[in-house]
Write a protein that binds this ligand. Structure first.
Ligand SMILES: [Zn+2]
Length: 250
């Protein structure tokens, strides 16, 4: 009997979470994010679809001009050129214009766990992109980098360095808050915890994904990565349903 009550409760929570997503999607506080030219700074092709898609979908449907700066082709397994094409296809699904996607293949910024990226080099490149595209807002990883990947963490530090050396330019920056291992796989249910957490911390905003199926479709463009465990990850990952962003105060 107890298992029946637990199962029914779990189903009820999932249904309530999906209702929250489909009928009352975006929190009011995320209005503060609406700035014209927004640049996502990521490390690898698929970071945008796997982690940032709630924010991308929200900003794209609010007339923001979205750019992506991806610091590598994801060549750790020698599939860099394939993964580059896949990122182009994912951006087409996410409605990010082709000319607003920049994928670097720099010898000192190669994908991999043992690869340490120079924060000064990252800062220089970010600075150039911000100037070239008149960027107002940057969105990137936090200091843990969602999965703990060192390339994600270096990207965060590169953005910090850029902000510290460009404090007079009034560029706003937000970091994607990393969730602990339990909350990471709560799927849509985590939106309740995220909303509670954002209420307690005014510097945070929560963005609920109005189109989770679009995130799934974008991730499916990364065919070389689209293996069974990633399909499971995207289905159960809290990052598919919501993003909590924290304002970076450099
Ligand atoms: Zn990555």
């Amino acid at each position: 009997m107890a298992w029946l009550v637990v199962s029914l409760s779990l189903i009820a929570i999932w249904v309530a979470s999906f209702c929250k997503i489909f009928f009352r999607a975006t929190s009011t506080s995320s209005k503060t994010l609406q700035k014209k030219n927004v640049m996502f700074v990521i490390a690898h092709p698929d970071d945008e679809s796997m982690f940032f898609s709630p924010t991308i979908n929200y900003l794209a449907s609010n007339a923001c001009n979205l750019h992506i700066l991806c610091f590598s082709t994801g060549n750790a397994d020698g599939m860099g050129s394939i993964r580059k094409d896949e990122l182009h296809r994912a951006c087409a699904v996410l409605k990010i214009p082709r000319q607003q996607l920049k994928i670097l293949d720099h010898p000192n910024l190669q994908d991999g766990f043992g690869q340490l990226w120079s924060h000064d080099l990252l800062k220089e490149i970010i600075q150039e992109e911000v100037t070239n595209h008149d960027i107002h807002t940057i969105i990137t990883f936090d200091n843990y980098g969602v999965s703990g990947h060192c390339n994600h963490q270096d990207v965060h530090r590169g953005v910090l360095k850029f902000l510290q050396t460009n404090s007079g330019r009034n560029i706003k920056a937000w970091e994607l808050v990393s969730l602990n291992i339990f909350r990471k796989y709560f799927g849509p249910v985590d939106i309740w915890l995220s909303i509670l957490s954002a209420k307690q911390h005014p510097s945070k905003v929560i963005i609920i994904n109005e189109q989770p199926w679009k995130s799934f479709k974008a991730m499916a463009q990364h065919l070389s990565q689209w293996v069974w465990f990633r399909k499971l990850f995207v289905s159960f990952s809290s990052y598919t349903y919501a993003n909590t962003l924290n304002r970076i105060n450099a």
